[in-house]
Design a protein around this ligand. Structure first.
Ligand SMILES: *Cc1c(COP(=O)(O)O)cnc(C)c1O
Length: 458
């Protein structure tokens, strides 16, 4: 199996290539040339595995040319050893809600689940053996800390994290700016997450800069992230032991929910994937109307979803457009020249077969947090609350699993406002509140970021 680009399917890359490169040449995203589809019998066998065994089985499909099966198993075991939950994730009943807690890793958000594996893959694939790798990543708040936890003090690796200055929660920033080793550089960019992501993509597309710094990326444009996230759709589906299960997913960059789409392609009989957005609702608009038109990013109480350019949507387009790479390319060039593109009715219908999309306002999100606390004495984070809010719109879908994407402590200011209660830090968060935060504030400029990186790696 090779990897192709959404904008050029004649390309052939190995897993190791795409792992290191993140973005395909020409700006497209990588996808596997084929996707394993499990039979009913195979699914039954998978359902008997524990989380790490299941992860090894599923991830192996995508990297079998480069990583041996037993090596992958031990890499995965090692990656999840420091999670609070033995089984990595936890499917919990809160009243009649099926909540999939994905936040038991070291930095309290689902991003740890892929990032811990990716950190170990950098070593295993020996991509930094002879030459230092410089990883540049954009974060809306949670990817950054997960990447820092996974890559801190790794040999021959530097990590540059761009977060939007003053647009993430205090705890998100504190974790990011205090837990890293000397190979970590935090950049507070004077702009939005979209600006951060745009600069990272531009740097990837500048061949001379990319090769000069031996650049790599761990945003969800890196296919390895998506692959690791497929696992918990299978795991929770098997745990729930029901037919006709849908998933409601708090969504920003369309990475997490796209993993669910791939799970479905692999034969997991998921009913609907529900995209929950905040008022940065580009995905809700494109799925319901066909118009993909990024707006200005509006700050909300769910900062990890304050995104208007949902990169991974391009991967869905590739399949919706029947793997027509030139059509994907032309929609993407419309997007850069006209700042929008439109899908045809038949394409929207095709998306609607697998997806629903709902926008949830800040007010609704706060009232959901309050309601769940009052009814069940259980506290959910604001992102998870949007997933719950979206799920509520569907009374006749059958069972819905809501993805719990972050621990509420990460957003304790909002929780305080919603339920009037201060949260204690979870035991496994190793945060030193008195430690000085280290980050540099940089102008929203491609050139300034490049200069900064070059200066640091001299
Ligand atoms: C990253 C993140 C999301 C959005 O996930 P995408 O893969 O970007 O769609 C939702 N909630 C939280 C807490 C996150 O950190």
């Amino acid at each position: 199996m090779n990897y192709l680009s959404t904008r050029d399917k004649s390309l052939k890359f190995s897993f190791k290539d795409i792992f290191l490169r993140g973005l395909a040449p020409g700006g497209g995203l990588f996808l596997p040339s084929e996707i394993k589809k499990y039979t009913r019998e195979e699914l039954i066998n998978l359902s008997k595995l524990n989380y790490c065994e299941l992860a090894s089985e599923i991830i192996f499909n995508f990297c079998s040319n480069e990583i041996k099966e037993d090596e992958l198993s031990s890499l995965i075991e090692k990656s999840y050893k420091n999670f609070e939950e033995n089984e990595v994730v936890k499917l919990k009943k809160v009243g009649n809600i099926n909540l999939l807690e994905l936040y038991h890793g070291p930095t309290l958000a689902f991003k740890d689940i892929a990032m811990q594996v990716i950190g170990n893959m950098y070593d295993h694939l020996q991509v930094a053996k002879n030459k230092t790798v410089n990883i540049v990543v954009a974060t809306s708040g949670d990817t950054g800390s997960a990447a820092i936890a996974a890559l801190s003090n790794r040999k021959n690796i530097n990590l540059f994290v761009l977060h939007p200055h003053n647009k993430i929660s205090n705890i998100q920033r504190k974790i990011m700016t205090t837990i890293g080793g000397t190979n970590i550089y935090n950049i507070a960019l004077e702009g939005s997450f979209d600006d951060c992501q745009k600069i990272v993509k531009e740097l990837f597309n500048e061949e001379s800069f990319r090769t000069k710094i031996n650049m790599s990326g761990v945003n969800s444009i890196n296919w390895a992230r998506v692959v690791c996230q497929i696992v918990y759709y299978f795991y929770s589906f098997f745990k729930l032991k029901k037919e006709n299960i849908s998933f409601s997913v708090p969504t920003g960059n369309f990475g997490d929910i796209f993993a669910g789409y791939i799970a479905k392609k692999m034969g997991l009989p998921i009913n609907k994937l529900i995209v929950a957005t905040n008022k940065n609702d580009i995905l809700q608009r494109v799925i319901n109307t066909g118009e993909y038109k990024p707006d200005k990013v509006k700050p909300t109480i769910t900062p990890s979803m304050d995104i208007q350019v949902a990169s991974n949507f391009e991967r869905l387009l590739y399949y919706i457009l029947d793997e027509n790479d030139s059509k994907v390319g032309s929609l993407m060039s419309d997007l850069s020249s006209k700042s929008l593109f439109n899908l045809e009715k038949k394409e929207i219908d095709k998306i609607k077969k697998d997806f629903e999309a709902v926008k949830v306002s800040d007010e609704e999100t706060v009232s959901i947090i309050d309601e769940i606390y009052k009814e069940h004495k259980f506290i959910i984070d604001p992102h998870t609350a949007t997933g719950l809010g979206a799920a509520k719109s569907f009374k006749n879908l059958g069972d819905i699993v809501v993805l719990g994407t972050a621990h509420p402590y990460k957003f304790n200011d909002t929780i305080k406002k919603a339920i009037g209660k201060n949260l204690d830090s979870p035991k496994h968060l190793k945060l030193n509140m008195d430690k000085k935060e280290t980050f540099d504030i940089i102008k929203n400029s491609n050139a300034e970021v490049k200069n900064y990186i070059l200066e640091k790696i001299q």
